[in-house]
Ligand binder design. Structure first.
Ligand code: HEC
Ligand code: HEC
Ligand code: HEC
Ligand code: HEC
Ligand code: HEC
Ligand code: HEC
Ligand code: HEC
Ligand code: HEC
Ligand code: HEC
Length: 460
């Protein structure tokens, strides 16, 4: 039959219509011929659906030219958590009397999925709401075709209990493959692979599964660390002067992913409400233009001019830059190791020309919340012109202040205890008026008041 040339010209869906009808007819024939009890005589609705949709290879051509696979494996569905609600638990719009419709056009598989997943909210309203607050949903609303909806993470016809929460099947790995690989090599990943009972976190413990937030929200997932690791400030304070400031200016992975490259990221902030500045703000497109026109990245003079332009626009408060020392890329943020390998050598950051200060980006936040980084010439950290703009951030030794280099070297090498060295330095900083010089008299505080490390719930 398939080899018959007249059938080839028939559109695919019609062919399958034909096959499906034959299949349905066979089902009817079988029930008519075989001696069956009264209950068995009427197959369940799901069985009827599967009478057609259980056939391998069934598909439909969509308006955009793609094919939608219409085959639903019945055995897998039977084992899924949703078998109890049956096909019409979700496909309540399918009326067998008029199905398949002769002329139902579906523009695209993505559009069909987005519409269909509205149905999930009927029974899982909580998850639906959480998802709607996520960066993923914001991206879907802005028509990003790569951002996940419910069914990208849960195959509705095959959901089994607990699968999404396992390290092997965690759905995030489909799209964030590099991060998943980096994570598997981390001490958390290894602990978790060794034993599923480990308390070590998987993706969702740090980011949540549904209400995934962008990293532009300040310290972002760092806050999750303190949910499991108590008394961080105290334990770091023992050897790290002003640990609270370090926590604010240095991301945890910058020290705990020792193999990572580090960089300084300068994020535009509105000093009035300490909110990251969105890219809709007047002037931000200038960053794009400027960074494209100079292969070494935006230079100090340009940066200063751009900030003046932003501040003149008068839309909001003053625009300031918040500096933060971080692992250079997303995957590198996940290459965490045990504490014996963590960076404790002050010179990694506090030495002239140290690596983290050679790589600088400026980031603006897209309306959906992702950060977009533009390369900046590392001179901005040393230049007198831009001192005012990057005033909220500097590290002794790493950047421009040579006098303090020497003092720090004394504190470290001269056998002066950190505590003493720290007091002296702190005093000198304040005396010289260099201590956190903030622009316009405001210091941009990353953490809104309660964001204090070590204060979260302590579960492990
Ligand atoms: C007689 C065979 C047959 C039965 C029974 C059947 N379907 Fe279909 N179904 C089809 C065919 C053929 C198509 C493709 C229609 C097209 O090409 O436009 C289809 C398409 C669909 C689609 C894709 C969207 C659309 O409307 O094109 C869904 C969803 C669907 N069926 C669900 C179901 C459900 C749920 C049941 C049971 C309640 C069911 N079907 C029963 C043959 C069947
Ligand atoms: C938990 C809800 C749910 C149940 C139960 C369910 N479906 Fe679906 N179905 C969906 C969603 C959502 C889509 C949209 C496609 C996607 O996003 O994966 C879909 C799509 C389909 C399609 C189009 C092909 C595709 O995969 O996109 C067919 C055909 C279909 N379902 C048939 C069935 C049949 C037959 C059953 C019962 C055996 C069933 N469905 C049970 C939610 C469900
Ligand atoms: C008609 C109600 C209903 C609809 C609609 C529905 N579900 Fe479910 N869902 C259930 C039931 C019932 C369970 C099983 C709950 C249990 O056993 O605790 C479940 C369980 C789940 C689970 C849990 C699996 C686990 O690990 O325990 C996931 C994931 C899930 N559904 C996803 C979806 C998605 C995605 C959609 C939309 C495509 C959807 N559901 C639509 C009723 C529904
Ligand atoms: C980015 C991937 C992702 C998306 C998108 C997603 N989920 Fe989940 N979902 C997960 C993961 C991972 C789990 C595992 C359990 C956990 O960590 O909460 C899960 C668990 C669940 C559970 C079981 C919760 C429990 O208490 O056991 C339900 C129900 C569920 N999701 C429904 C949905 C619905 C409905 C949507 C769409 C609004 C959705 N999910 C979107 C990843 C996702
Ligand atoms: C131990 C906690 C933790 C775990 C586990 C974790 N992350 Fe992260 N994630 C972070 C931190 C911290 C950042 C960086 C935030 C920052 O620099 O502000 C991050 C950043 C990200 C980013 C943004 C990267 C970028 O380019 O800016 C993505 C995407 C991400 N994680 C996905 C994942 C996925 C997928 C998994 C699981 C394979 C995972 N994360 C596991 C803590 C975690
Ligand atoms: C279907 C693909 C897909 C899946 C599955 C997925 N994501 Fe994403 N995710 C994206 C896309 C696309 C973005 C936007 C990234 C971008 O534009 O750089 C994103 C962004 C993120 C961000 C924000 C990064 C930033 O720049 O601030 C985090 C965090 C994140 N995802 C975590 C997760 C976690 C955790 C999971 C699993 C529960 C997951 N994602 C599953 C596609 C996916
Ligand atoms: C869900 C709880 C949880 C979260 C969230 C979490 N951790 Fe962990 N962490 C653990 C557990 C459990 C271990 C011990 C793993 C093992 O068995 O080796 C661990 C181990 C560590 C160690 C090694 C300690 C040692 O003694 O060598 C460091 C460092 C660490 N985590 C840092 C972090 C950072 C940084 C974050 C946030 C980005 C974070 N953790 C988030 C549970 C968590
Ligand atoms: C300046 C570098 C640096 C920064 C920033 C840093 N750490 Fe550490 N951390 C270390 C070093 C070095 C050790 C090992 C100290 C030791 O062996 O006693 C350590 C130890 C730890 C330990 C194991 C000991 C304990 O306190 O339980 C955990 C967990 C930890 N850090 C988590 C974090 C988290 C979470 C952050 C971010 C909020 C962070 N660290 C920021 C360098 C750093
Ligand atoms: C991963 C990089 C990194 C490492 C490692 C590091 N620091 Fe820092 N440190 C910084 C940054 C960045 C700042 C500046 C924060 C700011 O000014 O906003 C800073 C600030 C300081 C300050 C000024 C604090 C104050 O009270 O104003 C002192 C003192 C200091 N570090 C000493 C040390 C010592 C001693 C060590 C080693 C035990 C060390 N740091 C390790 C990055 C680092």
């Amino acid at each position: 039959m398939v080899g018959c040339s007249t059938l080839r010209k028939v559109p695919r869906a019609s062919l399958y219509n034909g096959l499906a009808i034959v299949a349905a007819a066979l089902v009817l024939l079988a029930t008519a011929v075989l001696p069956v009890s009264a209950e068995d005589a009427a197959p369940s609705v799901s069985d009827q659906c599967l009478g057609c949709h259980g056939s391998d290879g069934m598909e439909k051509t969509l308006q955009d030219g793609a094919t939608l696979k219409l085959h639903i494996p019945g055995d897998i569905f039977a084992k899924s958590v949703h078998s109890s609600i049956g096909c019409t638990g979700c496909h309540s719009d399918v009326d067998l009397a008029s199905h398949p419709p002769a002329d139902k056009e579906i523009p695209s598989a993505r559009g069909f999925s987005i519409t269909m997943t509205q149905i999930c909210s009927g029974c899982h309203a909580d998850k639906f709401e959480q998802w709607q607050s996520s960066i993923h949903a914001a991206l879907v609303r802005s028509s990003n075709p790569a951002a996940p909806i419910c069914t990208d993470c849960h195959n509705p016809h095959a959901v089994i209990k607990g699968a999404a929460a396992s390290i092997e099947q965690i759905p995030c790995k489909k799209c964030h493959t590099d991060i998943y690989t980096a994570y598997l090599g981390s001490m958390h990943g290894k602990a978790r692979l060794k034993s599923a009972d480990s308390f070590a976190p998987i993706c969702t413990d740090c980011h949540s599964a549904h209400a995934v937030q962008p990293t532009s929200l300040g310290q972002g997932p760092d806050a999750a660390c303190s949910g499991c690791h108590a008394d961080l400030l105290e334990s770091h304070q023992k050897w790290l002067p002003n640990a609270a400031l370090h926590f604010e200016a240095v991301s945890c992975p910058a020290c705990h992913a020792p193999k990572a490259k580090r960089k300084v990221d300068l994020m535009l902030f509105d000093s009035k409400d300490a909110q990251p500045l969105g890219s809709e703000q007047v002037g931000v497109p200038l960053f794009e233009a400027s960074s494209k026109s100079d292969s070494k990245g935006i230079d100090a003079q340009t940066l200063a001019t751009l900030l003046q332009t932003l501040n003149r626009s008068g839309i909001s408060g003053k625009t300031v830059l918040r500096g933060r020392l971080e692992a250079a890329t997303g995957p590198e943020s996940h290459m965490l190791t045990d504490k014996s390998q963590a960076i404790s050598d002050c010179r990694t950051c506090h030495s002239s020309g140290s690596q983290p200060f050679q790589s600088v980006t400026i980031s603006v936040v897209e309306p959906q919340g992702q950060r977009v980084g533009y390369d900046v010439n590392s001179d901005v950290l040393n230049s007198v012109v831009s001192v005012e703009s990057v005033g909220g951030f500097y590290a002794i030794g790493g950047t421009r202040i040579k006098l303090l280099d020497i003092l720090l070297a004394l504190a470290i090498l001269g056998g002066v205890g950190f505590a003493v060295g720290h007091l002296i330095l702190g005093w000198i900083f304040k005396y010289l008026g260099l201590y956190h010089p903030a622009i316009g008299g405001h210091r941009v505080d990353l953490h809104d008041p309660p964001g204090d490390e070590g204060q979260g719930p302590k579960s492990a």
